[in-house]
Design a binder for this molecule. Structure first.
Ligand code: SAM
Length: 359
């Protein structure tokens, strides 16, 4: 295992399982304009929920400074997320400096963003102008009824589709669309969604419903496995597996045999990919989390605000990453793989919420 030794250093750090740090997900707000039942259920995220105050949030200069440290340690891609990142006022002013950063190899750091696309129509052009490379949009169904059941909001599907179209038009490409599938709630929309996005240039990816956080009442019975999803699609639109774009890609890629594009599945529950996870996560208030399912993070905001040098920040990040041995999804799979019903529920009270750590 090698160490970070300061400014200009080009060494790669690895964790206990020899996984390098390649991707950084930054949550820029813990707030959202939707209340998806699987992510921010209204009962838990109501008006009494203690959302972070403005002073708690990392400001843009702080985020940029930390991003530079992460990049020196090997990060090549940054994804802005949340909560809903387009709710963070002036997000373009954060994207601009980030998009000018280079990796240790001298290539531009790729800046992407995950959004529910509610505000994307009006923001797509300014995001592109600021230097954003790509967007991933979330859409869990094509009918307003299904969308309402998943997002617990009155937003229309048309609003989201318009946002996706705007992103595609301005070149935030390839636009990807994430659909979380919950049994009995939106699984009847798998084929219509596949049909809608074939031939569009937009890459649809189906995500297995995960037990993130402690509030979404996850049960294995609600998970529609990636295999099941692929079988459904294949029976209607024949598909063949495609090679990954790069090692460690979370989505498994499949191509329609008639040339009408590709779909992906993210099988984080039934085929955990912890062994090749290279993602670090920076929470809205500046904590470094080594896993989406972590309970504790390393505070970077405190030292940053107390005047830590770049080298000190780099050492803090290195120290946290070197101790990383998280592989929650693989352990969960071992623990709940054969279970269903009440016995498969995740243990409550420990994991942090996805809206805070960043999805
Ligand atoms: N607000 C943005 C959005 O809607 O895309 C970004 C944050 S959201 C937490 C990021 C992604 O995580 C979304 O695609 C969402 O569907 C997914 N997600 C949230 N909770 C999930 C869960 N329990 N299982 C699987 N995916 C989940």
């Amino acid at each position: 295992m090698r160490n970070y030794t300061g400014q200009g250093n080009r060494q790669v750090i690895t964790d206990i399982m020899q996984r390098p740090m390649r991707d950084l997900r930054i949550s820029v707000t813990d707030r959202c304009n939707l209340r998806c039942t699987y992510c921010m259920p209204r009962e838990a995220f109501d008006k009494d929920h203690p959302f972070l105050s403005r002073a708690d949030l990392l400001n843009f200069e702080e985020i940029e400074r930390l991003a530079r440290s992460f990049i020196q340690l090997g990060v090549k891609k940054i994804r802005l997320t949340g909560g809903e990142p387009l709710l963070r006022r002036g997000i373009e002013r954060l994207i601009e400096p980030l998009a000018k950063l280079n990796t240790n190899e001298g290539k531009p750091v790729e800046i992407a963003l995950t959004t529910n696309a509610v505000l994307l129509s009006q923001k797509a052009q300014s995001l592109k102008d600021a230097g954003l490379a790509r967007v991933t949009a979330s859409l869990d169904g094509l009918t307003d009824e299904t969308y309402r059941r998943m997002s617990d909001s009155d937003v229309s599907v048309k609003t989201v589709l318009d946002g996706i179209a705007a992103a595609h038009r301005v070149g935030l490409a390839p636009v990807k669309v994430n659909m979380v599938v919950k049994r009995g709630v939106n699984d009847h929309e798998i084929i219509p969604m596949a049909g809608h996005f074939r031939n569009s240039g937009v890459v649809l990816r189906f995500i297995e419903f995960m037990d993130v956080g402690c509030t979404n009442g996850w049960r294995m019975d609600d998970v529609v496995s990636a295999r099941e999803i692929l079988e459904q699609i294949n029976s209607r639109y024949p598909i063949l597996q495609a090679d990954p774009n790069y090692t460690g890609e979370v989505a498994e890629r499949w191509r329609y045999t008639d040339g009408s594009g590709e779909v992906g599945v993210i099988a984080s529950v039934t085929q955990a990919f912890c062994h090749e996870c290279t993602r670090a996560r920076l929470s809205t208030d500046g904590k470094l989390y080594n896993c989406l399912f972590a309970s504790n993070g390393a505070d970077l905001r405190g030292p940053l605000r107390a005047g830590a040098t770049d080298q000190m920040l780099g050492n803090l990040i290195t120290g946290a990453w070197k101790l990383r041995f998280d592989r929650y999804s693989q352990l969960r799979h071992a623990a709940t793989g054969g279970l269903s019903g009440e016995e498969s529920r995740g243990k409550p009270g420990e994991k942090i919420e996805m809206s805070y750590i960043g999805g």
